[in-house]
Design a protein around this ligand. Structure first.
Ligand SMILES: [Mn+2]
Length: 228
């Protein structure tokens, strides 16, 4: 079976709970649609678990992208001589957007664990198009606004990590767009904590780090699963 989850944001226990609920096995594939790190306290721990698994595909979100850039610069930031006002400002913005637990966890890692984390962040993909059960799915952290839908082949990495989708518009008649990034309660307040589907969009960020369950969708059966 093929499963999708998103926006774990350090909620390691909910992630492990979902894996056991779906009886995740070697024969299955799990796509994680970005934002593994930041806000919650176990983002790096989750990333280390993901990196060990051959059947988990990690697509990057805006938080993972920024974490990679700034964790690479952490030695400069922490040194009196090599930091700069620009770097200090980037760290200040990251910390105000939930980066602090990620930095704290990273500092406790061994050198080899740091390499694993940085490599996992670096090699994470931007998007993937897959066929499951006769349907086509475009998977990514987010997508750009509808006015760019005609220019699909030229969507940039920024579109896929920072874009703001128009959920009321059908982008493609022949495929479903599956994304995280926007907690579903913001799309429709009646969908708070639940997977939202409409207009060939499937939005799966249920806002786990804000006290809601982590949602998981099986693309073969469209069955929804939620962490306890
Ligand atoms: Mn995001």
């Amino acid at each position: 079976m093929t499963y999708v989850i998103s926006d774990i944001h350090g909620c390691y226990d909910k992630y492990k709970n979902i894996l056991s609920k779906i009886n995740f096995s070697e024969d299955d594939t799990l796509y994680i649609l970005g934002d593994i790190v930041d806000r919650g306290h176990d983002g790096i721990k989750t990333l280390l678990d993901v990196a060990e698994r051959g059947n988990v595909v990690f697509l990057k979100g805006n938080h993972d992208y920024l974490a990679y850039v700034l964790l690479m610069k952490l030695p400069d930031f922490l040194s009196e001589n090599n930091s700069s006002e620009e770097l200090d400002e980037m760290y200040r913005l990251w910390i105000s957007d939930g980066g602090e637990p990620t930095i704290e966890e990273f500092l406790f890692l061994s050198e080899s664990e740091r390499d694993i984390v940085l490599y996992a962040l670096k090699k994470s993909k931007i998007s993937e198009v897959i066929n499951v059960g006769g349907k086509t799915f475009l998977l990514s952290h987010t997508v750009p606004s509808f006015d760019k839908s005609d220019d699909y082949d030229n969507w940039t990495p920024d579109d896929y990590v920072y874009g703001e989708p128009d959920y009321e518009k059908i982008y493609f008649e022949d495929k479903y767009i599956v994304t995280g990034h926007t907690p579903t309660g913001f799309i429709d307040k009646n969908s708070l904590g639940k997977i939202w589907k409409g207009n060939n969009h499937i939005a799966i960020d249920c806002g786990a780090v804000f006290g809601n369950p982590l949602g998981c969708l099986c693309l073969d059966t469209m069955e929804e699963f939620y962490s306890d």
